[in-house]
Design a protein around this ligand. Structure first.
Ligand SMILES: [Zn+2]
Length: 186
């Protein structure tokens, strides 16, 4: 079982640009397996490495029964066509907002063995590839919303039951008391 916990909105790792993969080794393939298993267990269309706390440019996808992964993706847009529709994120569970994306994308990158590969995506696949590549740049889909829609989304996130309101301040009773003396979790 290689299902891993998914980092949620508010975790700094989701805001940190990921590093390009240099070593196409067994460790990378283990990461791809973890991403795949976790994505499928959560019925997600895609999952990016930072969502498992790993700062590498890798994501997995499963759209229209096409399962795969892409390492070090570079996106190219063959035309100007756009799409608008509901989008969600496993790091922002239960919330969906209409998000504008490009309709068509060509994503170039590598598989976990370092072989060049390319995804020509349209519609949902194109949306997924853009969403996951954003994760690798520390960008979340709510950042793509404009004005009022973004404010509404942020409000909904802050009200979500999973949202971490911030750990209580650590009270040190004496310099010899390590950490939080009351053992209060988050
Ligand atoms: Zn996401």
């Amino acid at each position: 079982m290689t299902v891993q916990p998914i980092r949620l909105f508010g975790d700094p790792v989701l805001r940190t640009p990921a590093e390009p993969v240099v070593d196409f080794d067994a460790e990378l393939r283990r990461l791809v397996a973890d991403l795949t298993d976790t994505m499928r267990e959560q019925n997600g269309a895609g999952l990016a490495a930072p969502q498992l706390g790993v700062g590498l440019r890798v994501f997995t996808f499963e759209v229209d029964d096409v399962l795969g992964h892409l390492v070090n993706p570079v996106l190219d847009f063959p035309d100007e066509e756009e799409q608008d529709g509901p989008e969600g994120c496993l790091s922002i569970p239960g919330l969906y907002f209409d998000t504008k994306r490009r309709m068509n994308v060509i994503a170039k990158g590598f598989n976990s063995y370092g072989d060049p590969m390319q995804i020509v995506g349209t519609g949902l696949m194109a949306r997924c590839v853009q969403h996951e590549t954003d994760h690798l740049d520390g960008v979340l889909f709510v950042d793509r919303l404009d004005g009022d829609a973004r404010k509404e989304a942020m409000k909904a996130i802050r009200q979500a039951e999973w949202y971490d309101q911030g750990a209580p301040p650590v009270v040190k009773l004496s310099p010899h008391t390590p950490g939080n003396p009351f053992g209060l979790g988050r």
